[in-house]
Write a protein of this length. Structure first.
Length: 492
């Protein structure tokens, strides 16, 4: 089995774990760091920390250069967001737009990673992570100075979630300087809190009141957000880090809530002398992409690679191979699109002309109904004047009245359909941004397909949102967007 090397750099030490495949722990070690080299997950002295990493690897005889690395969850934001179903090509831009709304930080200060999670039909749900650029960049630079090449990165709280095999659970990872609390429900981290602990406390015991307070605050927040499925006393609490080595303090954390509390069990096979509570983040890293499956497996399904694209090894790009061909095809496509654009305005005018023609046809139908009503009135007067012929004429009159009802119903239906058609088409045209040209509308009553061209994707999204917000089209589906921004919508 392949050897995996995982590193997790904390404020106080560096933790190294080497596994054989996804099951067996082979080596583990930690190296204390001098104070102030790392603070709140940010490496302040990259050269000295890099030297410490090289020393640790040399002492353990580790020669592998590719490593999996953990990043502190401090100053990171975790959200579950919902989007309408979108083509895969449009997803990154849609996620970025939604992140602007839900992330209370400028996007230029953070990296974003996301992963789809189970969602109802017609909807997309994604687990979104925003983590600081400064701590991420300093970590990657330090590893590079140590001669290492990170290929997978994960946030420490998400790595911990990969170690708990319970349908619902609370995980507490407490060290002297920081605290992670995670609420796991149905294999998804619903709430994650990562924060620094008070610096005036010199021991873990001094920090217990702050940990208990944060635990109560976290569970209360989850319960208020999920009143239909609160965290009852049967939900287990798992502890790791320094807290796992102080079992006498556990009961003070849960108080009267009666949650069962225990150390987070090791998900990997290890020698008896191994202390798993200090290496849980490393073990969660080693399990990325290789968790057990089945009815009895409840490990977290969130498995993002937080290593920013800019630091990932470049892959083989088909674009480099097909660029010359693409240029030639693109020139032809641009010429074709130019011809389409010239016809767009004329086609839009033609569509409005068709609406006017329908109005004229309705006026003709109305004028034809007037003589029929007049004839009915004349026949009624004739029946009153000739009583002996009333019966047969009455029968004819009933038939004529029936025809009149049918004609009236037909007229009403046509008027209603015309009114809806007119309003739908006018709304499509009125909401059309000046930068977008339409060159096709296929109106089918219950659904309408429109095609057009925009200068960029942003204009397409703006038009789609405007149509959905108008109230006339509850469902707006983006069927396709070409490289030249020719798009197709389905409206219902």
């Amino acid at each position: 089995m392949a050897e995996k090397v995982t590193l997790y750099i904390e404020d106080t030490d560096i933790k190294l774990l080497v596994t054989k495949g996804n099951k067996q722990i082979e080596k583990w070690a930690s190296l204390l760091l001098e104070p102030s080299l790392v603070s709140d997950g940010v490496i302040l002295d990259e050269d000295r920390v890099a030297d410490s990493i090289k020393e640790l690897l040399e002492l353990q005889g580790v020669r592998t250069k590719k490593v999996m690395v953990g990043l502190s969850g401090l100053n990171s934001i975790f959200r579950i967001i919902s989007l309408p179903e979108l083509p895969q090509a449009l997803l990154p831009e849609a996620v970025k737009n939604e992140a602007v709304r839900v992330i209370p930080l400028p996007l230029e200060e953070v990296y974003l990673s996301y992963q789809p999670i189970p969602a109802p039909k017609g909807e997309m749900r994604l687990f979104l992570v925003a983590y600081p650029r400064n701590s991420t960049d300093s970590l990657v630079r330090t590893l590079n100075k140590a001669g290492l090449k990170p290929y997978i990165m994960d946030l420490a709280p998400l790595a911990l979630c990969r170690c708990a095999n319970e349908p619902r659970a609370i995980i507490i990872n407490a060290r002297l300087s920081y605290l992670d609390i995670v609420v796991m429900v149905d294999r998804i981290p619903e709430v994650i809190r990562s924060l620094s602990l008070p610096t005036d406390a010199v021991s873990l015991e001094d920090r217990l009141p702050a940990i208990a307070e944060e635990l109560n605050r976290t569970t209360a927040f989850y319960d208020s957000s999920n009143p239909e499925k609160p965290l009852d006393s049967s939900v287990p609490v798992f502890v790791c880090g320094d807290l796992a080595e102080a079992p006498d303090s556990w009961q003070s954390l849960v108080g009267k809530s009666e949650h069962p509390i225990s150390a987070l069990p090791s998900p990997l096979e290890a020698p008896p002398v191994f202390s798993p509570c200090q290496f849980m983040v490393n073990m969660g890293l080693a399990l990325k992409g290789h968790l057990p499956r089945g009815e009895e497996a409840y490990y977290s399904i969130v498995d993002v690679n937080a290593l920013p694209e800019v630091y990932r090894p470049p892959g083989v790009s088909l674009a480099r191979v097909f660029t010359p061909v693409a240029i030639v095809v693109g020139i032809g496509a641009l010429a074709f699109v130019g011809l389409l654009i010239q016809d767009t305005n004329a086609e839009t005018t033609e569509l409005l002309s068709q609406v006017n023609t329908l109005n004229a046809q309705m006026d003709t139908i109305r004028s034809q109904i007037v003589p029929i009503r007049s004839a009915i009135s004349e026949q009624t007067e004739a029946i009153a004047a000739i009583p002996e012929q009333a019966q047969p004429i009455q029968t004819r009159l009933e038939l004529v009245k029936t025809d009149d009802v049918i004609l009236n119903d037909t007229l009403a239906s046509l008027e209603q359909g015309l009114d809806k058609t007119d309003k739908d088409l006018r709304e499509i045209v009125n909401l059309l941004p000046t930068s977008i040209n339409l060159y096709g509308i296929n109106y089918g009553g219950d659904s309408t397909t429109i095609r057009g061209q925009a200068p960029d994707e942003a204009a397409i999204f703006i038009y789609a949102r405007a149509l959905r917000s108008s109230g006339r089209f509850p469902t707006v589906v983006i069927l396709s967007i070409s490289e030249t921004f020719i798009f197709e919508f389905l409206l219902k």
